[in-house]
Write a protein that binds this ligand. Structure first.
Ligand code: HEC
Length: 157
């Protein structure tokens, strides 16, 4: 059996262990409190007013829209503005609302000539309205990348 000294030692070790675990929990709680939540949308300063001031209106941009920004810059910005101003092609503001839908947009962006050739009335109309300039085909863009680029356009309007 344990004598009283051994028992005291054992208790001290136990207390030490409990205290260490409690301290670690406290530390984790403090760290978690300071970490930004990964599931939350990324806030982007609007550019007006001092950043981080409570009065600054932060525009909330989703992760998809942020990914779309790079896709837009490399592939679309040479011919399209994100606002309503025409460049070589129409300004893309509100394009999700005026075109026949997301699936149509996927087909159009991957191969606009094929959509025009199919006789699609909207495609034929915008082709004629824009001086019959052929848009580049982006066959390699995935559904997700197209969603991201359109989310980016929406985030700018
Ligand atoms: C070479 C120039 C060019 C590039 C690059 C280009 N477009 Fe276009 N886009 C056009 C033109 C021109 C039109 C108008 C229709 C036509 O003439 O075929 C158009 C039309 C569109 C439309 C339909 C607009 C409406 O008002 O209904 C969408 C959507 C679109 N483009 C998306 C994109 C996206 C997304 C990219 C990048 C991945 C892109 N375009 C890259 C030239 C371009």
């Amino acid at each position: 059996m344990l004598d009283s000294n051994q028992l005291r030692m054992l208790l001290m070790v136990l207390y030490g262990l409990v205290a260490t675990v409690a301290l670690m929990f406290l530390l984790m709680a403090v760290l978690a409190w300071h970490m930004p939540d990964a599931g939350q949308p990324v806030a982007q300063a609007s550019g007006e007013g001092p950043v981080n001031s409570p009065a600054a209106v932060a525009k909330v941009v989703s992760a998809d829209a942020l990914a779309g920004k790079a896709i837009f810059a490399t592939n679309c910005a040479s011919c399209h503005n994100t606002n309503a101003d025409k460049l070589l092609g129409p300004g893309l503001a509100g394009v999700r609302q005026r075109t026949p839908g997301e699936v149509w947009l996927q087909k159009w962006i991957r191969n606009s000539s094929a959509v025009i050739a199919s006789g699609d009335a909207y495609a034929v109309k915008i082709f004629n309205d824009n001086g019959k300039i052929q848009m580049t085909s982006f066959a390699a863009l995935t559904d997700l990348q197209i969603k991201q680029v359109l989310d980016y356009v929406d985030s700018q309007n």
